[in-house]
Design a protein around this ligand. Structure first.
Ligand code: SF4
Ligand code: SF4
Ligand code: SF4
Length: 326
């Protein structure tokens, strides 16, 4: 009999809740921009969560924190979210990718579409491995650019009107895409259907960083080879294309903790989520712990002034109307 709350449904519920939340904050942010831009009289506060879509800004804020000991006052919530996501990656594998990130959700949907029409593939190893390296090269490039900046240059960039309004510019980029960006989106869309998780697997530097943290983290998927009947179902269904049936312990930086492998395994307890290589925990651990860490960091940030910008409203309005938002 099928379980009422299977791992797949559990994950879908969490992902759907976050997608609804992201749509909500998107509309809130549009309403805020309408007020800030003077097209509406109704004041709507800027939703801090929108800054979660600015990982490069957050990386700059993290560097600023390490040099000066000061929290980024321009995008304080962005830095809080970034640190929460890094913590999630270390403690709960790539739970952010598997349960929270809206791009990951879209990627899953396209992968399923690709599978249903028998198109989705993982390229052969000789091509797959160098392609996986691309996202690490991009990550290295971003880290080098940010961590090689002098304190003065960093401070100037963080407090520039470009960085201050980067959230509005990002929104404009997605709401009014140019022909070039639409072509790129279209290409990525098709690539995600024919190659499983194309964007996340090969190009996302954020996912690369999270994968490295997950790799050194304490949570893994363990296969008990004494129970395994070598049916290969786990590997066949793994969205990240990991050869689960060949491993004793899945430590791969590509594992998003979706527990699809655990779900499809026909042998009870053959696959399980383990902490520190030994202690089995519930398959719900990655999803619940990822959301819990995010909520705890959010509560901490709200309590200690690391969420809302302290900028006076009249200044915010001036910044957003100073020609950066069209
Ligand atoms: S790899 Fe990047 S885009 Fe994909 S789910 Fe993870 S953070 Fe999101
Ligand atoms: S190894 Fe299992 S938990 Fe990890 S991505 Fe593959 S199916 Fe999901
Ligand atoms: S699905 Fe389970 S039994 Fe089948 S190969 Fe994977 S671990 Fe072994």
């Amino acid at each position: 009999m099928q379980k009422i709350l299977s791992p797949g449904r559990f994950r879908l519920v969490i992902q759907t809740c976050f997608v609804i939340f992201f749509v909500y904050i998107g509309f809130r942010f549009i309403a805020f921009l309408a007020w800030a831009g003077g097209t509406s009289e109704t004041f709507v506060s800027k939703p801090g969560a929108i800054e979660g879509f600015l990982p490069i800004s957050a990386l700059l804020g993290l560097r600023w924190l390490t040099i000066t000991g000061e929290w980024d006052v321009v995008h304080p919530a962005g830095l809080s979210i970034f640190l929460a996501v890094l913590l999630i990656a270390f403690l709960c594998r790539k739970g952010f990718c598997g349960y929270i990130c809206p791009v990951g959700f879209l990627s899953n949907v396209l992968e399923r579409v690709g599978r249903s029409i028998h198109l989705a593939r993982i390229p052969p190893k000789w091509l797959d491995i160098p392609l996986i390296g691309l996202k690490y090269i991009l990550l290295g490039g971003f880290c080098y650019a940010v961590f090689s900046m002098s304190e003065k240059a960093l401070g100037m960039f963080i407090h520039s009107s470009y960085n201050m309004t980067s959230d509005a510019q990002m929104l404009a980029f997605f709401l009014h895409p140019s022909l070039t960006s639409m072509s790129v989106f279209g290409g990525l869309f098709v690539c995600n259907i024919v190659i499983r998780n194309f964007w996340c697997r090969y190009l996302c530097p954020y996912g690369a960083l999270l994968g490295l943290l997950a790799w050194v983290g304490p949570v893994h998927i363990m296969r008990r080879s004494s129970l395994c009947i070598d049916c290969g179902k786990c590997s066949k269904h793994c969205p990240s294309g990991i050869s689960v049936h060949e491993k004793k312990m899945v430590r791969s930086a590509e594992c998003i903790g979706c527990v699809r492998c655990v779900e499809v395994c026909p042998v009870t307890d053959c696959l399980s989520v383990v902490v520190l290589g030994r202690k089995s925990v519930s398959w719900k651990f990655v999803g619940i712990a990822s959301v819990a860490v995010l909520l705890l960091v959010w509560a901490w940030a709200k309590l200690y002034g690391r969420w809302e910008s302290e900028m006076p409203l009249y200044m915010l309005k001036r910044i957003y109307t100073s020609g950066m938002v069209h």
